[in-house]
Design a protein around this ligand. Structure first.
Ligand code: PMP
Length: 365
């Protein structure tokens, strides 16, 4: 259909309409450039300016100091599962310690094991990944190579409300792929904070890595050049051809966040409202909808729940479609429903879904 729907996809996900319109307007000819952004050398000053602009927009949204490099890389969030241990522990006696609160943390552990010593110090598997640990639930070694966690588990819909406890000398490493730029955070608490763009920050193709400068030159082992953070930091993300279009679009999303939304505090409030609309329906129809995450750890990005039967689940998804509510099916590994209400989902989308859920429960409960 030619009509845009409320798109609850978990990623690649909805983008702000005004950003899509700007991309459309500039698609054939970037103003002043004589060609499309996609047809331009990454060394062209016009693109270099766009890259710096995108970086500066992210720096100002998150208040990132000069102690950190901001890199635009390829290989998705998935390549960071390997790059982090390859740079920080490979070829050393150090151990990467992991908190596993869902599928993405588990995958990261699997990749890290190929690079060096890895220890899972908390795993929420027993409770089917429905919560995050409290401070006393795990112990980080003072000499750990890093402490790794995933701030928002996209598949389970479980989110840390604040950073986990981490000893001062241990770099805290975070996969923020599905809640990056959705709320303010203090970058100074992190060694590395990274996120693929395709949920809150833009289209697929670029991964933002915010890395403390003293960690950039950590690799002790001989690594393929692309895997070494140092190369990217020294070359300002132009060690090889970066994903130019994705960076350009990401810069526009960051600008939209600053100018149209009013920054990350305002964005966080909106995200809180959108997810709360859905959790309220789940709570007031708790005999019908079974929420996955325990209350304290509910994600403001991915609202996950189940229905009383597979039959009702199928009916829910197909009826929702007729109300222009799309991509609500949960991840194939866990089933159920997953409503992703990232930055670009308008409040009207969450309101429409909440109303649909209430009506559906009344009719089928
Ligand atoms: N981490 C998280 C939290 C994710 O949600 C995803 C993608 N859904 C990934 C990692 C993997 O990202 P990519 O597909 O870009 O490698």
């Amino acid at each position: 259909t030619a009509q845009r729907v409320f798109n609850f996809s978990a990623g690649p996900a909805a983008m702000p309409l005004s950003v899509l319109q700007q991309l459309q307007e500039e698609m054939l000819c970037l103003p002043g450039a004589g060609c499309s952004l996609m047809e331009m050398s990454h060394r062209d000053q016009a693109f270099v300016d766009i890259l710096h602009d995108a970086e500066n927009n992210i720096r100002s949204l998150l208040n990132i100091s000069d102690d950190y490099a901001v890199l635009f890389l390829q290989g998705g969030a998935t390549l960071q599962f390997s790059m982090i241990p390859a740079n920080l522990i490979r070829g050393t006696e150090k151990t990467g310690q992991y908190l596993v609160t869902g599928s993405w943390g588990k995958k990261a552990v699997g990749e890290a094991k190929k690079e060096g010593n890895v220890e899972v110090i908390y795993d929420a598997k027993e409770s089917n990944y429905n919560h995050v640990p409290a401070a006393g639930d795990y112990k980080v070694r003072d000499d750990a190579g890093y402490l790794y966690y995933c701030s928002n588990e996209t598949i389970q819909g479980v989110q840390f409300q604040s950073e986990p406890e981490c000893p001062a000398g241990v770099p805290l490493v975070c996969d923020a792929s599905s809640d990056f730029l959705s709320r303010p955070l203090d970058v100074n608490k992190y060694g590395i904070l990274y996120a693929c763009a395709q949920k809150n920050a833009g289209p697929a193709g670029v991964t933002v890595v915010i890395i403390r400068r003293d960690l950039v030159d950590s690799a002790k082992a001989e690594l393929p050049g692309y895997l070494n953070y140092k190369n990217h930091a020294e070359a300002d993300s132009e060690w090889n051809t970066p994903p130019t279009f994705a960076i350009y679009a990401l810069g526009k999303v960051a600008r939209w966040l600053a100018n149209d939304i009013g920054g990350l505090d305002a964005m966080a409030k909106l995200n809180e409202q959108k997810s709360q609309l859905l959790y309220d329906v789940i709570d007031s129809h708790s005999e019908f909808y079974q929420g996955h995450a325990v209350d304290c750890c509910r994600s403001k990005m991915n609202v996950t729940f189940n229905l009383p039967s597979d039959e009702l689940l199928k009916k829910f998804v197909s009826e929702a479609q007729t109300h222009d509510l799309a991509s609500l099916k949960g991840h194939r590994s866990v089933g159920g429903i997953r409503a992703s209400v990232y930055n670009a989902m308008p409040i009207e989308g969450a309101e429409t879904l909440a109303k649909f859920m209430t009506d559906f429960a009344k009719k089928n409960g």
